[in-house]
Design a protein around this ligand. Structure first.
Ligand code: GAP
Length: 524
């Protein structure tokens, strides 16, 4: 693990967002108009990274799923359902009635806060002012206590806003208000984005943007059963956009209002559901490790019964230690035991029988569902966080490997700092960069272009001929390209190239004819 993303040196979110903007990974949406809170655009490299993560998930779940707990070959098929569906879907799923977060409004600043994100500093003095702040922003509240109440924050008790009596609200000073008494009582707020279908905009034409991809799977379960000759147990997987009108979108792409999910619904016999729940919770944690997330930054957390969503009877999260949660962890993926909740609801609301007929035993059963559900965009944040490293390297690209650095540490004599994104070759947006040593030597340029034209038929590769070789290396390091291939005078004479590895900075000279095989044995 590198020194920027462990618990002693958590990676500041600002450092990551700055790199994402500087190098074309992620931009604020409609930035030229001042942006829009909770929405993000993926630049060329962010798109490639997101697609690679999506493809790795699809490859490892749909095309080559893991082997089952008893050595069985699992059957998982893919789906791509519509974002806007019949509104009855969301009545049946419980989202229209129950997909709520309690929230508080600030009458003065017009800000809206999720009640479970709002903490209140309560003074011992019964008539004193109470100071509210968002979780993670305690320093601001404490500064305000010192300034406005001329008191020591340590003398205050900190409580969630939901535990503050309504009668005390007039004394609560909201995080963005200029005076106390502007926060409303926590109220339920539905997270569904509404839209209207067709030319008329009345309530009859009301529809919703899907808040999860899962329901499209349940509504197509019968279609898949009838067309794909699948047998219980089997899975249906889907990747796609979801939309939630989050009260407090924050922490970059961690919680946004438009995001992407990667969801698997695993249909199984009720008698076997516990076995599959155990299997998938373990398999999913292992998968995140398999794509390069260090096990020290991952953990499994089982939900307490009072945390469970309306549909689930058991749930475990795969959690990651993000820079902004460290030393604590935050959710990356949830594995829920949904029982027969969804199929029962859709059977009742649609009138369509959802039972599975087992031809061998001549019995009918309503399958249970185990659901590993992760955020693709949240996964991108994890991969970015995990990859970021600052190191010291010998100046002028002389011999010598990199030395790990902690943020803010000064390089020793003869060394300079480099920022490197250590993506696994499988996820790296650019797999290799091809450099002619000099751009004004036509024979070298021609040979480098020939290699580039060949490699690009198989991999995402870059061609770069501008600037000193050292600067070209730094640029590729910062976008996480695992290999740089230089064509030089030796290439003309001996038909060789030099491959430089990103992490070790080791250089290997080999015949051009062996480049493809070399890359293939180095993770591509
Ligand atoms: N079908 C179940 C379901 O949607 P969830 O825990 O609400 O469960 C699953 O969401 C995953 O989707 C989360 O673990 C997270 O990775 C991602 N996710 C949920 N809300 C998100 C948001 N507002 N922004 C980004 N990712 C989100």
């Amino acid at each position: 693990m590198n020194m920027q993303n462990n618990s002693d040196h958590p990676l500041p979110l600002e450092t990551l967002t700055a790199l994402c903007k500087r190098r074309g990974f992620i931009f604020q949406t409609s930035e030229i108009y001042g942006g829009l809170n909770g929405f993000w655009d993926y630049g060329p490299l962010g798109t490639a990274l997101k697609n690679n993560l999506r493809d790795a998930w699809w490859q490892d779940l749909v095309r080559t799923p893991p082997i089952g707990p008893d050595g069985e070959i699992l059957d998982i098929v893919g789906l791509d359902s519509a974002i806007i569906q019949n509104p009855r879907v969301w009545e049946a799923s419980g989202h229209v009635g129950g997909f709520n977060d309690p929230m508080c409004d600030c009458r003065e600043s017009k800000s809206r806060y999720r009640a479970d994100h709002l903490m209140v500093y309560v003074p011992a003095d019964k008539d004193g002012t109470l100071f509210a702040c968002l979780v993670g922003d305690e320093a601001r509240a404490e500064k305000r206590i010192r300034k406005e109440a001329k008191a020591d924050p340590a003398a205050y008790t900190v409580k969630p806003v939901t535990e503050i009596p309504v009668a005390d609200l007039p004394r609560v000073w909201g995080p963005d208000a200029a005076k106390p008494g502007t926060l409303t009582e926590p109220r339920q707020f539905n997270l569904m984005f509404k839209t209207y279908i067709g030319a008329a905009s009345g309530e009859d034409n009301l529809a919703y943007l899907r808040p999860e991809t899962a329901q499209g799977i349940f509504t197509n379960y019968k279609n898949v059963l009838d067309t794909m000759r699948v047998k219980l147990p089997f899975g249906i997987a889907q990747v796609g956009k979801s939309f939630r009108n989050e009260v407090t979108p924050r922490n970059f792409i961690f919680r946004s209002r438009e995001f992407e999910q990667m969801e698997l619904e695993w249909f199984c016999h009720p008698d076997e559901s516990q076995k599959w729940y155990d299997f998938w919770t373990e398999a999913r944690l292992k998968w995140w490790e398999s794509i390069g997330v260090s096990s020290a930054n991952l953990r499994r957390r089982d939900h307490d019964p009072d945390e469970l969503a309306h549909y689930s009877t058991a749930c475990a999260d795969v959690e990651y230690r993000y820079g902004f949660t460290a030393p604590d962890f935050g959710e990356l993926e949830g594995i829920a035991h949904r029982g027969a909740f969804d199929l029962t609801q859709h059977q009742e609301f649609s009138g369509t029988k959802m039972e599975y007929f087992d031809q061998e035993t001549n019995t009918r059963v309503l399958p249970h569902v185990i659901e590993p559900s992760s955020g693709l965009t949240r996964g991108v944040l994890v991969v970015l966080n995990e990859a970021y490293a600052e190191e010291f390297v010998p100046k002028g690209d002389q011999e010598g490997g990199p030395i790990q650095a902690a943020p803010g540490q000064q390089p020793p004599e003869g060394y300079e700092k480099r920022v490197v994104m250590r993506f696994s070759p499988r996820l790296a947006p650019v797999k290799a960069a091809i450099f002619p040593l000099l751009k004004n030597r036509p024979e070298i340029v021609a040979k480098a272009k020939e290699l580039y034209m060949d490699l690009r038929t198989t991999w995402a590769v870059d061609y770069d001929q501008t600037g000193a070789i050292g600067r070209r290396y730094r640029r590729q390091d910062e976008i996480g390209t695992p290999f740089c291939i230089t064509v030089d005078f030796d290439s003309l004479e001996n038909n060789t190239v030099t491959i430089r590895e990103r992490d070790s900075m080791k250089q290997t000279t080999l015949p051009i004819t062996e480049v493809r095989a070399w890359l293939a044995t180095h993770g591509l």
